[in-house]
Ligand binder design. Structure first.
Ligand SMILES: NC(=O)c1ccc[n+]([C@@H]2O[C@H](COP(=O)([O-])OP(=O)(O)OC[C@H]3O[C@@H](n4cnc5c(N)ncnc54)[C@H](OP(=O)(O)O)[C@@H]3O)[C@@H](O)[C@H]2O)c1
Length: 273
């Protein structure tokens, strides 16, 4: 067994949003490395299909039907994983929803719902898992985005939730880092999408998802390496790294560049909507 795999041997992990897309790829990657995984999502049928596809590869995972926007549902999710595994070492807060709409197209309920899933849906599981993470010197990981590094038009609330994860993680690291726990944030770039992924418009309809610059498997390996090396952050994809650099340099320049690219349709030529 390699050093890389050894870190995950006999560990247990809970991955929210693990029924498809990046979450399912993370569950597969961690399982491959010897971790016992639980995956959580709302849809029971999709969860079962994810379980069966992992089982076909020889990986036995626990499925837990959960709505991460509900505190009680999250408490039950963590309790179920601990009951089954006896302990919890790794929590990957990955469940999230995407929306493409300008702020003036949204009402208060649409904004609240996204905050409930993308932000509270990471806070509730972490709160419930805190004792386990401290006791086991575990890892908690948050799935942010390029939208957590810079502001993107038609993604005001999404950007707000993904930026907020950084603040939450950085503060939490100060609190539980001294206990030996690890807190990491992955800033995911444009990644291939599951055919079932739905990016919603203001009216609730579906809009085409963005371009893909990385595969889900590549992204999953980055999650595993961040956990293994106990790194605080990983910024994925060339566009993500550029966004981080430019955002640090000047948010004004980034904003002007984005407005320019939309005006000149450069974004469409690059496949970025
Ligand atoms: N794909 C990209 O290009 C990209 C880029 C940057 C960041 N990200 C972030 O990466 C994460 C995963 O994205 P993805 O592309 O893999 O998305 P996805 O294919 O839409 O998968 C989302 C997962 O989250 C679950 N989920 C959604 N709402 C939930 C809720 N309230 N409670 C529990 N589970 C919930 C979904 O299952 P149910 O609907 O059945 O609950 C599904 O398992 C998200 O946080 C996203 O913001 C993705």
């Amino acid at each position: 067994m390699t050093m890389a795999a050894k870190h995950f041997e006999n560990k247990t992990a809970l991955i929210t949003g693990g029924s498809r897309g990046i979450g399912l790829a993370v569950a597969r990657e961690m399982s491959k490395r010897g971790t016992r995984c639980a995956i959580a999502a709302r849809g029971a049928e999709r969860l079962e299909r994810a379980r069966a596809s992992l089982a076909a590869d020889g990986f036995d995972v626990l499925t837990i039907q959960t709505d991460v926007s509900d505190a009680e549902s999250c408490a039950n999710m963590v309790a179920r994983a601990v009951e089954e595994f006896g302990r919890l070492d790794i929590l990957v807060n990955n469940a999230g929803v995407s929306m493409r709409a300008t702020l003036d197209e949204l009402d208060a309920e649409a904004c609240r719902s996204m905050v409930d899933i993308n932000l509270m849906g990471c806070i509730y599981p972490t709160l419930s898992a805190l004792d386990q993470l401290k006791k086991n010197k575990g890892s908690v990981v948050f799935t942010s985005s390029i939208a957590g590094l810079i502001g993107l038009p038609t993604a005001t609330i999404y950007c707000a939730t993904k930026h907020a994860l950084r603040g939450f993680a950085d503060a939490l690291r100060c609190e539980i880092g001294p206990c030996g726990a690890h807190v990491g944030v992955v800033y995911v770039g444009f990644t291939e999408n599951d055919p079932e992924k739905k990016v919603v418009s203001a009216s609730g309809g579906a809009v085409p998802p963005g371009p893909a610059h990385m595969t889900q498997e590549e992204v999953a390996r980055e999650f595993a390496e961040l956990i293994r090396k106990r790194r605080s952050r990983a910024v994925l994809s060339p566009i993500g790294k550029l966004a981080e650099f430019a955002g640090r340099l000047s948010p004004d320049i980034v904003g002007e560049a984005i407005v320019f690219s939309r005006k000149t349709k450069l974004n469409e030529r690059l496949g970025i909507t």
